[in-house]
Ligand binder design. Sequence first.
Ligand SMILES: Cc1cc2nc3c(=O)[nH]c(=O)nc-3n(C[C@H](O)[C@H](O)[C@H](O)COP(=O)(O)OP(=O)(O)OC[C@H]3O[C@@H](n4cnc5c(N)ncnc54)[C@H](O)[C@@H]3O)c2cc1C
Length: 489
Amino acid sequence: MNRLAKAGLAVGGAVAAVGTLRRILEPRPRYAPWEKPPYGEFPNRVLVLGGGFGGYTAAQTICDLTRNRDDVGVMVISRENFFTFWPMVPGVIGSNVDIGNIAQALRRPLIRAGASFRRAELRDIDFENRRVTADGREFPYDHLVLALGGQPNFFGIPGVEEHSLTMRGLGDALRIRDRVIERFEETTLAHGKIPESALTFVVIGGGATGVEVASEIHALVHEALAPDYPNIDPNRVRIVLLEAGPDILAELDPALRRAARTELFARRIEVMTRVRAQEVTPDRVVLADGQEIHTENVIWTAGNRPNAKLKDLDLPLTRRDGVIADEYLRVPDRPNVWAIGDSAAIPHEDEEIVPPTAQAAVQEGHAVARNVLRAIDGTGELERFEYRPLGQLVELGGFAVNEVMGVRFSGLLASLFWRATYLFKLESPQNRAQVAADWLLGVFFRPAVTQIRDLIEEGGREPDEARSTETAETDGRQGARVGSEGQPR
Ligand SMILES: Cc1cc2nc3c(=O)[nH]c(=O)nc-3n(C[C@H](O)[C@H](O)[C@H](O)COP(=O)(O)OP(=O)(O)OC[C@H]3O[C@@H](n4cnc5c(N)ncnc54)[C@H](O)[C@@H]3O)c2cc1C
């Protein structure tokens, strides 16, 4: 046998061994799919609406806690059959990660955990008869967990919804990336003779998302596109970050804010603070002080609000339209209904509510699971939910500003910490391996510049997402202050 054949056999054997080991080590499902009773036949049916950070965690935790019981059935209903890993979504713009690798499949892990899953859009809830209607089907429940997430808030500012791209979905990230590439293609075709506004990108909102989006556009332009468009000087591209408050990243320590600003300055990203967008038109942003920025590319990251669908349901809502929940995560006057995540208003410290972050949604998911089971069993007191903020990490591409349990650090090491943390936090080992491979390949190869134009609708919105144009007093993916355009987290 020659050397090549031996090497082939060795590789084949190793692959077979790893495959067998993986099957042996794979966690055993709670039921074999054919043994599992239908959800409707369990004496206690827990229906979770939303398969994001909050809903997914709640469903998984209930399944974990009832592994040896056969009296609790769990079903998750969600609009998509994947769970978006939001912290890595801005990375899609700079081609840091492949879009498919941060969309984690919901069906397989949930079924393996013993839950049922239906991809369906919520239509209505009949609280009296304990039934949910989704995509024309009815689903009974004994306990209902609402975890429907949030959506952009445009605060009724004229033109924002029509003329800006948003950052509230995987498709949005792809659209922003595609828009930048499109401008480069147009400029090349026109021998560079296109208005400055075509190469000006204005990101509105100096919170974490806005800062990350501006940094990713910079990375896309300077690292990925520049060598492929030799006739365009990348320094012709203007990236402007607008913030209504006195500083960007308002929720971070001032030293970290300074570090972030210095880094943005070094990349020639213009940061304008204390400026409020008053109107957006197809070719400009008009500011409240009368200034105008000529641009055909506006990205709105400045406002976030609870899911607008909640308003159609007979639920107690706050002024900002979040479902009111008490400190046990119960919805008042709606027996056996619980609310968590970005769509819930959960009390936190005096007169505040828990900020809408992934870390909060995950903590709430664990807590609601324990409380639902306590309510089912009628044992013990319900657990009072207390949000414990662990810190905040903001990535600017090879440079991060982090605050973790009071420790503040920034730079390349902070960026590596960001990567390690979020890699660990990805739910699926498969996605984890794929993202690690994306990052590793990124060290050796420049990302390919391709426009996936046929797969997305230019300037379109995520399907079924009713966007808000209402004037709300505040937003905040992270419970921002009144009037702040930044999106803290
Ligand atoms: C770009 C971006 C980056 C972020 N980065 C971070 C970060 O780094 N760290 C951090 O802590 N937080 C971050 N966040 C905030 C964080 O993602 C949210 O706070 C978190 O996802 C909230 O969890 P959730 O379960 O409430 O909502 P989501 O995770 O958004 O899940 C909502 C679920 O509800 C489903 N759904 C919605 N409407 C319907 C319907 N009508 N019918 C059926 N299903 C429906 C959706 O499909 C989805 O599965 C980021 C947010 C964004 C937008």
